[in-house]
Design a protein around this ligand. Structure first.
Ligand SMILES: [Mn+2]
Length: 353
């Protein structure tokens, strides 16, 4: 079943969906430009402007492409298509359409009843098909290759930003379409910041360096974190590394269809707490990955969602100690029929560079 048909099957009869979110639009149609997507009845329409008409026609066979013109806005074009098709119910992405946009939609579509789309496209996006899995696998492969490269680049005297730039350049050189998100490189005490912004700090002998990065390939993201040591780390940091590694490996091994997200989170959290660092692991264990870097399901204390074959999630415990540093180890993993397979294949054993 086509993705648009699946979405429409989740809506009441004779209801169209008007999509603004670019990730949802890409998922449903393959279109990557700006504009709106309207689906419902026999309507499969990309509503865009002159800049994207040719690209939309190439990317979206099976869709008609409509360009705005002077005096006719995107939503007025959508309204016309709905009128022609006799559709009077429209679902809207209630999580992202602004009050201002909604007012314009209501003005353009008198007599239309609106309802919240309520994350239905995002729900479909949770379970990845073979094609999506292969894109994420390629993104993870590039990410892992870039990691191998950067291990030979990191040295005392290099700055965090130099490492970031070298990683980013390598991922692009290896075929990444772009980066999945802004690369994090945190050396020494900066490692206590889970989302550190790479700066001009020079790496010193004895530092641990945490790198969180990922390639994007054919619209799909990879997400990986590795922490390496430059020279021999302190006993304390070495112990922290071993705790995080144990938490990562134990939690990852527990990922399987039928497991509750919060239970997987608890496995890692208990190991870190029992080692005395419970207060130093303040974020969730992981998240879904796909077109967006953060998707459902969440491996968090609050999520009782059940994992299913085709979910792709990260497993990324960390310990962050202000003034000392931090360690995070993260794999992107796919939930298989029987268990789990890590898509990030780079070794997690501590590398001492
Ligand atoms: Mn992540």
């Amino acid at each position: 079943m086509k993705r648009t048909d699946k979405l429409l099957a989740m809506l009441p009869e004779k209801t169209a969906a008007l999509l603004h979110n670019r990730s949802n639009i890409f998922y449903l149609s393959g279109y990557t430009g700006e504009g709106l997507l309207l689906v419902g009845g026999d309507i499969r329409a990309v509503i865009t402007d002159f800049r994207y008409v040719e690209a939309a026609q190439k990317q979206c066979p099976g869709f008609t492409v409509h360009a705005i013109r002077a005096g006719v806005s995107h939503v007025q074009l959508a309204a016309q298509l709905l009128r022609d098709a006799g559709i009077t119910r429209v679902a809207i992405e209630d999580n992202i359409v602004t009050v201002r946009s909604m007012k314009a939609i209501e003005e353009a579509m008198p007599g239309v009843a609106f309802e919240p789309l309520d994350f239905k496209p995002e729900k479909l996006r949770e379970i990845k098909d073979e094609d999506e899995l292969s894109r994420i696998e390629r993104a993870c492969d590039i990410t892992c290759q870039a990691f191998e490269y950067i291990c030979g680049f990191i040295a005392p005297g290099r700055t965090e930003r130099e490492v970031q730039m070298a990683l980013d350049y390598k991922m692009l050189q290896l075929g990444a379409q772009r980066l999945a998100f802004s690369t994090i490189v945190a050396a020494g005490p900066n490692g206590s910041l889970p989302h550190a912004v790479p700066g001009d700090r020079e790496i010193e002998t004895g530092d641990m360096v945490t790198m969180d990065f990922g390639a994007k390939v054919d619209g799909y993201c990879a997400d990986m974190t590795r922490t390496v040591a430059v020279g021999q780390p302190s006993d304390k940091m070495r112990r922290i590394y071993d705790i995080v590694l144990q938490a990562q490996e134990t939690a990852q091994a527990a990922v399987a269809p039928g497991r509750n997200c919060c239970d997987i989170d608890a496995i890692a959290r208990d190991i870190i707490s029992e080692a005395g660092y419970g207060e130093c692991f303040g974020h969730s264990l992981g998240h879904g990955v796909g077109i967006d870097i953060h998707e459902e399901p969440r491996l968090s204390t609050r999520s009782e969602q059940v994992l299913t074959t085709g979910h792709i999630v990260t497993v990324e415990p960390g310990i962050y100690v202000p003034g000392l540093g931090g360690v995070r180890i993260e794999n992107t993993c796919v939930v298989t029929e029987t268990g789990v397979r890590a898509l990030c294949t780079a070794s997690k054993e501590l590398r001492i560079l």
